[in-house]
Design a protein around this ligand. Sequence first.
Ligand SMILES: [Zn+2]
Length: 348
Amino acid sequence: MHIIHNPLHHLHAGRHEMFRGRLVPCHETPERLDHVMAELQRRPLGTLRGPDEIDVDLLARIHSRRYLDFLAGAWDEWIALDPANAEIDVLPAVWPVRGFRSDVLPESFAARIGLFSFDAGSPLTAGTWAAAKSGAACAITAAREVMNAAGANRSAFALTRPPGHHAGADFFGGYCFLNNSALAAQTLLDSGLERVAVLDVDYHHGNGTQSIFYERRDVLTVSLHGDPRTEYPFFLGHADERGAGDGEGFNLNLPLPYGSSFATWRAALQQAITAVRNHGAQAVVVALGVDTFEGDPISGFGLRTADYLSLGQDIATLDLPTVFVFEGGYAVAEVGINTVNVLEGFLG
Ligand SMILES: [Zn+2]
């Protein structure tokens, strides 16, 4: 397995997020990735390297230009407002909901950061753009490695943060800024494939990935997650969202109740795997969050550490070129072992 890690991930280290009514220390921390790296040193599963340099234009295959321009310049704008802002992360506080306009780009920085986001849980910091861009390069590099590889090497892992699956074409949120899984899927298509799938096993619905591909049939999006009636991101992820236009029938959501056990979850995974197979996918991108773990502080499924080996084994039954992309998982001390268990199970 080719493992592409983000050497700049630590540049994105938010101080606080708005969580259940108060500012709390961020759940999405650099230590998460460090634990995966440490576990990969204990249990080496393949070659480990940083990403290739990529052209920023590739990001525009998935994200809007005005959003990318905003992200690239946001920190400088924030400091220009007041040099003292260097000590404060940026969090949005006002959003254009139904009936408001999003076609007019406001001059106000506070308004623009609201336009390009959907929550106040995702602090934008001095290093966010550099870390996210390098992470996107990891996902693109991982997809290219899979396309260039043969045999048992037809798998790669983009080990990066900040995560990506909540980020849409022109918004951030849910700790995510650039949609790494979507970029990996697009890279597979741009490399010559015609049909791919994104299988999202993070606890939370992959709302960004769904919205990016919702009207397309070349990318099947499948997500199993906590029921949005009670679980973040709340406003997307229901079972009746099946895609639209050309993409009708090419989105599958498998919401499960808070508290679901591994047996329940695994039955849904089988449904997801069947859908990927029926799509005729030539490769699969796995949005690999391990916040399904029973000890996760912000989630509610009951998976145990050994279950992640089975998860990897089940995904391997697809027998497809596979790009794993690291997403959520906030029981920090266990994130490494659970993540590497998936990869080890997959490799057999
Ligand atoms: Zn998650």
